[in-house]
Design a protein around this ligand. Structure first.
Ligand SMILES: [Zn+2]
Length: 266
C-alpha cells in the first residue's frame, strides 16, 4: 500500500512530466488520486504543474471540502470533474486532466479518435469518445462526461482537452501518453493523405489479447470500418504530384481537406 506522502511525491512527478511534455501550458491541468473511499489528493489551483512540491498537494473529501493542506493553496477548480469519475467508477483510483496539443486539436476540430489504427491504442484506450463542451469549473463538465466515463478510460473534452482514468496514477498518466501519441500519429497520417484502418478481424484478435492480459479499466470498441479512400490514397493524390516529385502547398491542402472531411463523416 502506497503511503500518502509517496502518492504526493508521485503527483508532483507526474505534474512535471505532463508539463515537460507540453501536455499543459501555464497553470493548466489537474491531477487527483483517491486515498480511500472518503479522501482524495488533488493538485492546487493556479499553480504550474511543472513546479509543484508535496507541500502544495491538498487532501479533500469527495465533495471538495478541504481536509488538510497548506492554507496558501486551494484545490483545483476542475476537481468536480474528477469527483464525478470517482462517484461513477469505483474501480478508478486516479484521474489526469491535461490539454495535450494533438489530442486537443481533434477535440477542437470535432474529429473523433475512434478508428482502429494502432494495436497499443486499441488495447489501452479503444475508441475515444468526445464529451460535449462545458464551462470549466461548473457542473457542465461533470454532466457532460457522465455517460462517457461509464465505458471509457480516455475522453476528449470538446474545445478543451483530454481526461484519462486509471487503476493508479501511473496507469492514468500512461493513458494520457497513449492518447496524445495516437493523436499525433493519426494527425500525421492525415497529412500524408491516407489512413489504413485495421480490419474487424485484427481488432477482435487484439481485444482477445486484452482479456488474456487482464488489463484493468474500460474501453469502447474502436471502429474498424475502412476509410473510403483506402484503396486509392486520398482520392487523386498520386496524379496530383507534379512531375518533379515536389508537392505543391495547394495539393497538400486539398489532400488534407479531403481526408479530414472523410474522417469527420465517421
Ligand atoms: Zn482544462
Amino acid at each position: 500500500m502506497t503511503s500518502e506522502w509517496e502518492l504526493k511525491k508521485l503527483i508532483v512527478e507526474i505534474g512535471k512530466r505532463i508539463w515537460l511534455r507540453g501536455y499543459v501550458a501555464s497553470n493548466d491541468g489537474n491531477i487527483t488520486v483517491k486515498l480511500n473511499d472518503r479522501e482524495i489528493l488533488t493538485t492546487p489551483t493556479g499553480m504550474s504543474k511543472g513546479f509543484m512540491d508535496t507541500d502544495m498537494i491538498i487532501k479533500v473529501d469527495i465533495n471538495g471540502k478541504v481536509i488538510s493542506g497548506n492554507p496558501k493553496y486551494r484545490p483545483s477548480s476542475e476537481a468536480k470533474m474528477h469527483f464525478e469519475v470517482y462517484k461513477e467508477r469505483p474501480d478508478v483510483n486516479a484521474v489526469v486532466h491535461a490539454h495535450p496539443p494533438y489530442a486537443t486539436s481533434f477535440a477542437v476540430a470535432g474529429i473523433p479518435l475512434n478508428k482502429c489504427v494502432l494495436p497499443e491504442a486499441i488495447i489501452v484506450i479503444g475508441a475515444v469518445p468526445t464529451a460535449k463542451y462545458g464551462l470549466p469549473s461548473t457542473m457542465e463538465i461533470p454532466d457532460a462526461i457522465r455517460e462517457h466515463i461509464k465505458n471509457s478510460d480516455a475522453l476528449l473534452l470538446e474545445n478543451h482537452g483530454a481526461l484519462t482514468l486509471g487503476s493508479d496514477l501511473l496507469n492514468a498518466y500512461h493513458k494520457m501518453e497513449t492518447l496524445e501519441h495516437t493523436a499525433s500519429i493519426v494527425w500525421k497520417a492525415i497529412q500524408l493523405g491516407n489512413m489504413n484502418v485495421l480490419p474487424a478481424y485484427e481488432r477482435d484478435r487484439l481485444m482477445e489479447l486484452r482479456s488474456q492480459f487482464n488489463i484493468p479499466g474500460r474501453i469502447a470498441t474502436c471502429d474498424a470500418t475502412p476509410m473510403p479512400s483506402s484503396d486509392s490514397p486520398a482520392g487523386a493524390a498520386p496524379s496530383a504530384m507534379p512531375a518533379s516529385g515536389a508537392v505543391s502547398e495547394k495539393t497538400i491542402r486539398d489532400i488534407t481537406e479531403r481526408v479530414i472531411a472523410k474522417l469527420a463523416k465517421k
